[in-house]
Design a protein around this ligand. Structure first.
Ligand code: ADP
Ligand code: MG
Ligand code: ZN
Length: 474
């Protein structure tokens, strides 16, 4: 299979669960992982006569999302989307239709591509069914279990324009979108727990041709599956076209284990949702004043936060950008900025934050983090030792890194000791030294390893290199 001569067109629909205390239209707890069917009431299991009451916090989160995605926030209303599915007890979902809350936005990817946001509307989540026996899908299952705890959880669905051109780009879009949604506090962004779920619309065409017929791949729940599914699906479509077949518009599912997409239902079998305005809710008309209040309280967005770190480091090569993205994704940038202003070299602080700090665990104080980075930069600690000090700080975040280093036996090697050790290592490895002295720089790593072993990891790699170079030139 090959994409030769074709390009891939992708538009994504992302469902995001909002991090409210309670559900969208009732007071039941919105929580993941509780005992099944314990967070339910007449409203969210759709008993006759129950009435929905809109959750203001959910609307605020939805507006934050719209503003962060540069949307127009508009007068909107709710519609009933009618279809039958056992995990949807009312037989309709309250959603938004032709008058969504947010429209016409954009999102800029780290590579500079701007992807259009068609709309970001509010709706309620359905319950969750688990199919027992067979493949885990409903077909061929022995029994199905239904948990209504998720029924009525607030969602925002973010629909993009068909502006993406590769699986890699679609992945970057979802990563950036997730970072934005988390930054504004609207969601926890946990794809593996289903709090962000992605449907990918994929078509292929020869560049310059009109868009081809698309297929929609449902419920991708990791960045990796998203990219793989799109790449597979594009190849499948090109293969069909090259074989003289036509693409039929259909819904497909992704089989992670088999690494392929399969047909779920074709457009002919698609539901007619019979949308009509929800009679039990008034239109949603946020005042201009409220929208402005929410706008002015928006936190800095990931792109701006990354730029702060780029500015501090003064370097934007790809490796540095990747480290910076990790630091911002894990919400460690404030700590890095504070450590840098307390004297830590920014590049080192970003590297250590990205690789050594556990964002979910206890973090060092900015002062302790800064001191550790400074000790490493000055050569008082080797890289290995600095990492050990950072690990110890996760138990005692305010401890003095100097005291930790001393208690771990990381007293600084004197220059004399290091110099003597280097000389010993050189005379014990005459052949290697001859090659290094003759210009084979690859052997530097060999000597650093030997010196590290001899000093039990206490030597500073940079200091060793400069001693080796001194010996070689002198
Ligand atoms: P529907 O109402 O059936 O969901 P939409 O027009 O709202 O259809 O489009 C849904 C998604 O499909 C959007 O994200 C859009 O960008 C994307 N899309 C539309 N046409 C194409 C196409 N030809 N190729 C890939 N994606 C497309
Ligand atoms: Mg759709
Ligand atoms: Zn309820």
């Amino acid at each position: 299979m090959s994409m030769a001569g074709y390009e891939t067109i992708i538009g994504l629909e992302v469902h995001c669960e909002l991090k409210t205390e309670t559900k969208l239209f009732c007071g039941c707890r919105n929580a993941f992982g509780d005992e099944p069917n314990t967070n339910v009431c007449p409203v969210c299991v759709g008993l006759p006569g129950s009435l929905p009451v809109l959750n203001q916090k959910a609307v605020e989160f939805a507006i934050r999302i719209g503003l962060a995605l540069n949307c127009e926030v508009k007068w909107s209303n709710f519609h009933r989307k009618n279809y039958f599915y056992p995990d949807m007890p009312k037989d309709f979902q309250i959603s938004q239709y032709d008058l969504p809350l947010n429209e016409h936005g954009t999102i800029e990817l780290p590579d500079g591509t701007v992807v259009g946001i068609t709309r970001a509307h509010m709706e309620e989540d359905t319950g969750k069914s688990t199919h027992l026996g067979g493949s885990g899908r409903i077909h061929g299952a022995d029994a199905s279990l239904i948990d209504y705890n998720r029924s009525g959880v607030p969602l925002v669905e973010i629909v993009s324009e068909p502006d993406m051109r590769s699986g890699v780009q679609a992945r970057a879009y979802v990563a950036e979108l997730r970072a934005i949604l988390v930054a504004v506090g609207a969601t926890d962004g946990r794809m593996e727990e289903g709090s962000m779920r992605v449907d990918a619309n994929v078509s292929v065409r020869k560049p310059g041709d009109p868009f081809g017929t698309r297929c929609e791949i449902k419920n991708l729940n990791s960045l990796r599956s998203l990219q793989r599914a799109i790449e597979y699906e594009a190849l499948r479509q090109v293969d069909c076209i090259e074989a003289g077949e036509r693409i039929v518009q259909e819904t497909r599912h992704w089989d992670e284990a088999a690494g392929r997409t399969g047909s779920m239902r074709s457009k002919e079998e698609a539901n007619d949702y019979r949308y009509f305005p929800e009679p039990d809710l008034v239109p949603l008309a946020p005042s201009a004043a409220w929208i402005e209040e929410i706008r002015s309280a928006l936190p800095a967005l990931p792109k701006a936060r990354r730029q702060v770190l780029v500015g501090l480091i003064g370097n934007d090569d790809q490796a540095t950008l990747d480290l910076i993205a990790t630091v911002v994704d894990r919400d460690l940038d404030a700590l890095v900025v504070e450590a840098a202003s307390a004297g830590a070299p920014a590049q080192l602080a970003v590297t250590r934050a990205a690789n050594e700090l556990n964002a979910e665990g206890v973090l060092p104080s900015a002062k302790s983090f800064a001191t550790t980075c400074q000790m490493e930069a000055s050569g008082a600690l080797s890289a290995t030792q600095a990492k050990a000090v950072l690990a110890a700080l996760s138990e005692t975040p305010d401890a003095d890194p100097k005291a930790i280093a001393a208690s771990l036996g990381f007293e600084q090697l004197s220059e004399d000791t290091l110099s003597t050790t280097v000389d010993e290592v050189i005379s014990a490895n005459g052949d290697e030294w001859a090659r290094f002295a003759g210009g084979d720089d690859k052997l530097a790593q060999f000597f650093i390893g030997k010196v590290m072993a001899a000093t039990k990891g206490k030597a500073n790699g940079k200091a060793v290199i400069s001693l080796l170079n001194e010996r070689r030139s002198g």
